[in-house]
Design a protein around this ligand. Structure first.
Ligand SMILES: [Zn+2]
Length: 401
């Protein structure tokens, strides 16, 4: 089935491109034409027309860091550990659909057990469920009783590292996740600043994963772990909070930042949608400012960013991704155009996705129709009229006439 979507403006991406009185033509799950309405409309042959007067069409959003197995409420870890597979599968599917209805057409899950997210991914890909494009890591690699050991990815030594990567590849993992440093929320595990793997082990992880054609996402808070991950050649660094040893505060190392930029490694800061409350209650003023300083310092070094929320952690809900993006506009001070670019074509590139993140012929029909102009006010992204995921509507069909 063909669908023709017309609107006051189309933002096809990357940043800077804008088509006034534009149109997008979709055939099945793929975009076949994008341009001024007067040029595209004649190509529409018996298409379903949707007109968004006063609206904007842009690519669907990408959230690069979530955990769909977790329900974003307090006590989520206890519920996760008590849930059987059937409960988790339904929860994963439901939360993926929540994200989709909020405009997120691609979600990258960075840690679950037994690759359950990958089974939901396959159900969506088969068309059994409407949902976003899912990428999943399966169980992250972590040392025995290390950060997030309860996902089932504990490894010790070369053989177990190799076996786990092969096992995750066999589950169909799209990315290998390695917990290069400690983290929060895992009792009796190494502190956040502490490295969990040697530089040699991280290099082995990257070598094995890349040999299988799979990129690597490294969770790293500590500066030592960040440096080792960069040298190992991971593809994305999650959190990247530059913590010095023994909680000594930020330890920013220019030579490491230069290496991250030179290798094209993307950094995912992973901040929740309600970042204002999170900063006020959890982080505090001083650490919030330090986080901003780090982002600006990395930006000065030319490091590219990819947005994510760590969705599933308490308060990091799945249905307000636009809230998370507003951090980069309201706190960091970047333009809406830059942030939209980061959350669409930039994120797709960082995640190694071809034909995603832009509106162009041959690209996936993942798109968002909103009221107003998000380039003038990024919160216009909240005013969603229609979300298409590979051509399928995630919102009520009556939303756009
Ligand atoms: Zn995470």
């Amino acid at each position: 089935m063909q669908q023709l979507i017309t609107a006051d403006q189309v933002l096809p991406g990357p940043a800077g491109q804008r088509i006034e009185d534009g149109a997008v033509l979709v055939d099945g799950d793929t975009i076949t034409a994008v341009g001024p309405r007067a040029e595209v409309e004649p190509q529409a042959d018996d298409a379903r027309h949707r007109t968004a007067v006063g609206g904007t069409v842009l690519p669907g959003l990408v959230n690069a860091h979530v955990h769909l197995s977790w329900d974003a409420g307090f006590g989520m870890l206890d519920r996760y550990r008590a849930a059987d597979d059937a409960e988790l599968l339904l929860g994963i599917a439901g939360r993926a659909q929540q994200a989709l209805r909020a405009g997120v057409t691609t979600l990258r899950d960075l840690g679950d057990r037994d690759g359950l997210v990958l089974r939901v991914r396959d159900a969506i890909d088969r068309g059994d469920l409407v949902g976003p494009r899912l990428l999943g890591s399966g169980p992250p690699l972590t040392p025995p009783r290390g950060h997030c050991w309860f996902f089932g990815g504990e490894v010790s030594g070369i053989e177990e590292i190799r076996d786990r990567i092969r096992g995750n590849a066999a589950l169909g993992a799209d990315v290998i996740k390695v917990m290069a440093s400690g983290g929060e929320m895992t009792p009796d595990s190494p502190p956040t600043w502490q490295s969990q793997f040697s530089p040699e082990d991280l290099a082995l992880v990257v070598k094995e994963a890349h040999a299988a054609g799979i990129p690597v996402a490294a969770h790293a808070h500590g500066t030592e772990a960040i440096a080792a991950a960069a040298t190992a050649g991971v593809d994305t660094i999650e959190h990247c909070s530059w913590q010095g040893a023994e909680n000594s505060g930020s330890e920013l190392r220019d030579e490491v930042a230069r290496e991250i930029a030179a290798r094209g490694i993307a950094v995912c800061h992973a901040y929740p949608p309600d970042w204002r409350t999170f900063q006020r209650i959890v982080v505090g003023e001083e650490r919030s400012q330090a986080a901003l300083d780090r982002i600006r310092w990395m930006d000065e070094h030319g490091i590219r960013f990819v947005p994510g929320t760590d969705g599933g952690l308490p308060t990091s809900v799945f249905d307000d991704y636009v809230g998370a993006l507003s951090y980069y506009v309201d706190a960091v001070g970047w333009s809406p155009a830059r942030v939209i670019d980061m959350a669409t074509s930039g994120a797709a590139r960082a995640l190694g996705l071809d034909r995603v993140g832009r509106l162009a012929p041959g690209y996936a029909a993942d798109l968002l129709v909103v009221d107003g102009d998000p380039l003038a006010d990024v919160t216009a992204l909240h005013q969603q009229r229609l979300v298409l995921a590979r051509g399928r509507a995630a919102t009520p069909e009556t939303a756009v006439g």
